[in-house]
Design a protein around this ligand. Structure first.
Ligand code: HEC
Ligand code: HEC
Ligand code: HEC
Ligand code: HEC
Ligand code: HEC
Length: 508
């Protein structure tokens, strides 16, 4: 019994001992595996060999990165077949090929000063001029070419207002900047033709902007922006508020990617911030608040949740996976690549941004129409941008025989809104008037803001109309976006460019 018990003990001890050994072995293996996790080490220095702390080292095209320590050293888990790239403020992005492996990564400093004799590169693809952006960045080029930025000098409506012509080229039709305010003509170039150099005849007459300057807000200008000043935002226009960095030799592009190791690129967080767009999208011109989009954004709910202009206007399409296919570009996450189409007030954007709620009820007083218009999912007022943009809500009613019925009460559109007098509706616009109180008036003429009734993001504006009870069979509400006041469009013979946001017929 006893021996049996003892031998039982013995076996139990052996089993326990074996278990312990196994556990020990496993632990040892785990310890041994740590150094066997493939890691690479390296050191980042400047071009003089001095170690650089705080540099960001990344496996190209991945989200894996490390920051160098005080001695310029870094460690990263190994990634086979990828290049290692490194960047820090004030330097070009550098890299080492997958074959050479890490070791010492040297950063070359950015040029110390802006070289104003730099020759701007035209974006248009052309086999003779290798450096042209469109040769390698085909998709981005086509997106940009379809955007308003590519037409900021040649845009036909802009030109018609600038030189007083109409759509068919007839002179002296309506608004005319060159006639009315010739000394003010140079102001437009700061944002519409930002690369025109001092002394160029295009500064007095933008129709003389030639070559790359006629490309308006183009790639090379936008990607030479090193910093954007806000201290005089609205007063310092476009290029005057940007610190550019144009190299004396070689090339330099700033952008949102920190792993482009072509020895001519530099990362800049500014490219994902509203501040980047501010100097061109905020402008008090001749004392008139013509462009106020940036300050509207500052006050918007979108800004409070961290949405920048780029989040809505450069949202990735999801289709672009390589920004320079066959020309050195790599496959990237399509959701990390921005789009350059920059849609503004398109039908899709407007319908997303404006909600119309309407309710029609029969009551003792008559047929009551209640309408609420709300701006939502937008980063500024609606409309925003150019001062003459407007949204117009019109309300009309008719009886069974088709005879128009006038409301008993309810708001009317201003008589000079361009829709005749006694039209029921609401105008959402920043209205400029001349010293005699007449509207519309071109912003470069003596004028002041009569009222600003544009929609604030996140808030509703309402209207209430009462129609005679027995005579009213149908009520129609239309909400339409106009780029310009109808009177101006008519005088200029412009093709219809209204956008209908909503058009509803309600029956009581
Ligand atoms: C109005 C200024 C502006 C113009 C014009 C412009 N870009 Fe950009 N570009 C930006 C901004 C801002 C970003 C970063 C957007 C983001 O990441 O949200 C960007 C991003 C990029 C990127 C990084 C990849 C990507 O799509 O995100 C490349 C490459 C690029 N631009 C090339 C070009 C080329 C080529 C052109 C002309 C065909 C051009 N850009 C025109 C402002 C501009
Ligand atoms: C160098 C000045 C400049 C910069 C920088 C700039 N813009 Fe523009 N932008 C313009 C001009 C000028 C126009 C109008 C062109 C025209 O219609 O003639 C314009 C037009 C637009 C439009 C189109 C509006 C419409 O009517 O369709 C959008 C949207 C826009 N910009 C967004 C942006 C965003 C977002 C940024 C920053 C990432 C930016 N812009 C940076 C000057 C600039
Ligand atoms: C010979 C081909 C070629 C030409 C020409 C070219 N690029 Fe690029 N560019 C590239 C390649 C390749 C990349 C990196 C692609 C990658 O890593 O996926 C790049 C990257 C960029 C970036 C991203 C920089 C960053 O760090 O975010 C910008 C911005 C850019 N190019 C702008 C331009 C502009 C503006 C022009 C014209 C003035 C231009 N490129 C002309 C090939 C070219
Ligand atoms: C939350 C998304 C969002 C943000 C953030 C945003 N926008 Fe917009 N933006 C829109 C929508 C939607 C429209 C179309 C409705 C309208 O015209 O207001 C628009 C229209 C525009 C227009 C066209 C106006 C016109 O009628 O010609 C311009 C220009 C513009 N935005 C510039 C900017 C700039 C610059 C910023 C940053 C300071 C910005 N937006 C921030 C969503 C946004
Ligand atoms: C602070 C920069 C800035 C200055 C200065 C400036 N613009 Fe603009 N302009 C813009 C921006 C940004 C837009 C795009 C806004 C939008 O689409 O709603 C624009 C749009 C316009 C449009 C609308 C074009 C269209 O087809 O809808 C006209 C017209 C115009 N500008 C005329 C002028 C004239 C004339 C001058 C000079 C007296 C001038 N601008 C000065 C930035 C500027």
């Amino acid at each position: 019994m006893v021996s049996g018990f003892r031998s039982g003990m013995h076996w139990a001890a052996i089993v326990a001992g074996a278990g312990l050994l196994l556990a020990l072995a496993a632990a040892t293996m785990a310890i041994l595996r740590v150094p066997s996790v493939p890691r690479v080490r390296g050191i980042v220095t400047d071009d003089q060999g001095r170690p650089l702390a705080g540099a960001r080292v990344r496996w190209k095209g991945t989200t894996q990165y490390a920051i160098t320590d005080l001695s310029g050293q870094f460690r990263l888990p190994r990634e086979d077949g990828r290049a290692l790239t490194v960047w820090m403020p004030g330097y070009f992005i550098a890299g080492t090929s997958a074959e050479r492996g890490p070791g010492i990564l040297r950063l070359r400093p950015l040029p110390g000063e802006d070289w104003d004799e730099y020759e701007w590169v035209d974006p248009t693809p052309d086999a003779v001029h290798e450096e042209r952006c469109g040769n390698c960045h085909g998709v981005i080029h086509d997106e940009w070419a379809a955007s308003a930025h590519a037409r900021s000098v040649t845009n036909r409506r802009f030109r018609n207002l600038y030189d007083g012509s109409d759509w068919d080229g007839r002179p002296e039709r309506g608004w005319n900047l060159l006639r009315d305010h010739p000394h003010g003509a140079g102001v437009c170039a700061a944002c519409h033709a930002p690369t025109l150099p001092a002394g160029h005849p295009g500064l007095d007459d933008i129709r003389k902007a030639d070559g790359v300057h006629a490309c308006g807000v183009h790639c090379d200008f936008c990607h030479k922006i090193a910093d954007a000043r806000l201290d005089r935002v609205g007063l310092e226009h476009g290029r005057f508020a940007y610190d550019l960095l144009r190299p004396r030799e070689g090339q330099l592009f700033f952008g949102p990617l920190d792993d482009v190791d072509r020895d001519e690129d530099a990362f800049s967080p500014l490219y994902k911030q509203s501040r980047y767009c501010a100097a061109c999208h905020e402008g008090t011109v001749f004392g008139v608040p013509v462009y106020t989009t940036y300050s509207e954004w500052l006050a918007s709910p979108a800004r409070r949740v961290g949405l920048q202009c780029q989040d809505c206007h450069m949202k990735p399409t999801g289709n672009l996976t390589n920004i320079a296919p066959g020309r050195g570009g790599i496959e990237r996450d399509p959701l990390s690549l921005a789009s350059h189409v920059m849609p503004g007030a398109t039908p899709e954007m407007l319908r997303q941004a404006v909600r119309l709620d309407a309710d029609l009820q029969a009551s003792e007083k008559g047929i009551v129409l209640e309408v609420a218009v709300t701006a939502q999912e937008v980063g500024h007022k609606v409309p925003t941008g150019f001062v003459d943009r407007r949204l117009v809500l019109t309300v009309s009613a008719w009886g069974d025989g088709g005879k128009e019925v006038q409301p008993i009460s309810g708001p009317l559109l201003p008589s000079d809104a361009g829709f005749g007098s006694n039209r029921s509706g609401l105008l959402f616009a920043k209205v400029l008037e001349d010293p005699e109180g007449r509207a519309p008036v071109a912003f470069w003429m003596p004028c002041r803001v009569r009222e600003d009734t544009r929609l604030e993001p996140g808030t509703a504006r309402a209207g209430r109309w009462v129609f005679p009870r027995n005579a009213t069979a149908h009520v129609r509400i239309r909400l339409v976006y106009h780029r310009f006041p109808p009177q101006v469009a008519q005088e200029k013979n412009w093709p219809d460019d209204r956008i209908v946001i909503a058009d509803r017929i309600l029956n009581p």
